[in-house]
Design a protein around this ligand. Structure first.
Ligand code: HEM
Length: 168
């Protein structure tokens, strides 16, 4: 009996976007947008003046999130993004400003509109999950998750390993 070869695709999104070079372009475009957009002033001010270190971490994170090399986990452990973002006041405006920068960056780097939409939808879920303050300033817990998390707690969050919606 002839066996048909079974294609093994382990990292479709990482390959689809164009690998690490494309992720680097995306993150560069993202921070350029954050540096220039009026509504991003508040979130830009949360970051260090020199973005080199953050840029590197974000590139490593997105590579892994998209199904590429797992260097982020190797270097920094589980992402626990909600815990890592606790020091910053993330309200709806901060979330929307972050997404506006990402929207601009995706438009620059990902030509396929369907793929762009998939990524944007997945990133919006994460950005909203990271929101830790209501517009009025009240502390907000993620449903089912205490606001206070402890170091070493498993990242029981819905976006890592990658859960970018798969296209059919
Ligand atoms: C919702 C609005 C967001 C704000 C205001 C925000 C802000 C920040 C800030 C201020 C830092 C620290 C940067 C530094 O150390 O200089 C950071 C780190 C980081 N952010 Fe965000 N962020 C947001 C959303 C997101 C989203 C949606 C993602 C992922 C899809 C993300 C991924 C990361 C990662 C991976 C780091 C580095 C974590 C580490 O230290 O390992 N952020 N963010």
């Amino acid at each position: 009996m002839t066996r048909l070869p079974i294609p093994v695709v382990t990292n479709p999104h990482f390959e689809r976007i164009g690998g690490r070079a494309a992720v680097e372009r995306l993150v560069d475009a993202f921070y350029r947008a954050m540096d220039s957009r009026e509504e991003a002033r508040t979130i830009r001010a949360m970051h260090a003046a020199d973005l080199a270190a953050t840029r590197r971490v974000l590139v490593t994170y997105f590579c892994e999130w998209l199904g590429g090399p797992k260097d982020y986990s190797a270097e920094r452990g589980t992402p626990q993004l909600r815990r890592r973002h606790q020091p910053f006041v993330i309200d709806a405006a901060a979330r929307d400003a972050w997404m506006a920068c990402m929207h601009e960056a995706l438009a620059e780097v990902v030509p396929d509109p369907a793929f762009r939409r998939e990524l944007e939808t997945a990133l919006l879920k994460i950005a909203d999950f990271l929101r830790n303050t209501d517009a009025g300033g009240a502390a907000r817990a993620h449903p089912g998750r205490p606001r206070e998390t402890t170091a070493g707690q498993p990242a029981a969050i819905h976006h890592f390993p990658p859960t970018v919606p798969r296209s059919t």
